[in-house]
Design a protein around this ligand. Sequence first.
Ligand SMILES: *Cc1c(COP(=O)(O)O)cnc(C)c1O
Length: 462
Amino acid sequence: MKEEQTIPYKINLSEEEIPTHWYNVRADMKTDHRPLLNPGTGEALKQEDLEPIFCEELCKQELNDTDQYIEIPEEIRDFYKMYRPSPMVRAYNLEKALGTPAHIYYKFEGGNTSGSHKLNSAIAQAYFAKQQGLKGVTTETGAGQWGTALAMACAYLGLDCKVYMVKISSQQKPYRREVMRTYGAEVIESPSEETEVGKKILEKNPDNMGSLGTAISEAVEAATTQEGYRYVLGSVLNQVLLHQSIIGQEAKKALDKYGVYPDIIIGCAGGGSNLGGLMSEYMKDKLNGEGNAYFIAVEPASCPSLTRGKFAYDFCDTGNVTPLAMMYTLGSQFIPSKNHAGGLRFDGMSPILSQLYHDGYIDEARAVEQSDVFEAAELFAKTEGTLPAPESAHAIKVAIDEALKCKETGEAKNILFGLTGTGYFDMAAYQAYNDGTMTDEIPTDEDLERGFESLPKVEIND
Ligand SMILES: *Cc1c(COP(=O)(O)O)cnc(C)c1O
């Protein structure tokens, strides 16, 4: 087993190997995904339509489907140097515990204070807002990782940061809120009385505990009604997948050093940004016929956008103030049950990932149940040492399942998954798991039908 010894536990890259460009998968997609639409007119949105909501440069990135690589500004690269390159780890101990011949690798993005990959895009978005001379940005956060990442980036650049935090998350994770406030962000529980959308929702139901979709509506309204502010979003958008492409570029550089090409690439999928990032160079290979990794997107059974959703034009928020995006969705009025993987509780999915899945380039989507996910998290924590975020544990669960299949067939497949974050702020979830009180609320077909009823009627002209 010579090869076993030559691959280290951690494959290190140097600072110089941090990518200099973001990879734009849209330039290589065979069928590009359909454009964002104006919900009023049904027309494709152009740069000038997006500019009241998003920063100018980010609008360009959002609409860019021609440039394969886009240079990363020096100042953003300098920020990346504080916590990148992120580790690529061979999960020897997990392999041993499973008794599998498979080789399991994971790219760990939790090594910064925000505890997740979201910082990769937060610094880029804050940078372009600053460059435009804006006062600040508004956003929403569910589980809190995105809000924390954005607060960090804004503090670094001296920008104002307003975060609409889903009320249930704010109450379950008060310490997340304090991290954001420590970095100088203003945190507002959503639904709030500060926006028209929030007021309307509270009028209907004062006990509404919020959802990501509602918080998005509020943050968009706050950005568009205040001078010098724009809205930023931590997932779903093309620009976010663009920024996250550094994960996959680093992953490929590291594995290439040992001649390893993943057979299977696994990522949890909330809005699709970490999987979009991890897949980047490997998806490029696949689209260009130069590689054939098998991609699996993992989602919670309680919020099954890819596995049970519809591929349709939909709003990206509950208040229906955003443009329409063509994606796998459960409907903007679908409110997922309170599961513990907060970062995976969004009813829609990145239009890029949606189209790639629709076209078969993402081979499979798999929905997994919460207690199985935490069982996998526990095994991973015990063997590999890192306490994973519940979101990340969805990918771990499927990596373990695939490794166990290899045990049956005797195949030594290379499995790569994204370990997107740490779970220190998710101890309420671990507590429920340890106490044996964890349940999984899987929506019935009727629940899903109710969500689908909210899909806007849009003419699609192919
Ligand atoms: C936000 C988040 C996710 C899910 O978001 P994607 O955009 O699908 O990547 C997964 N893991 C962690 C730790 C997160 O914070």
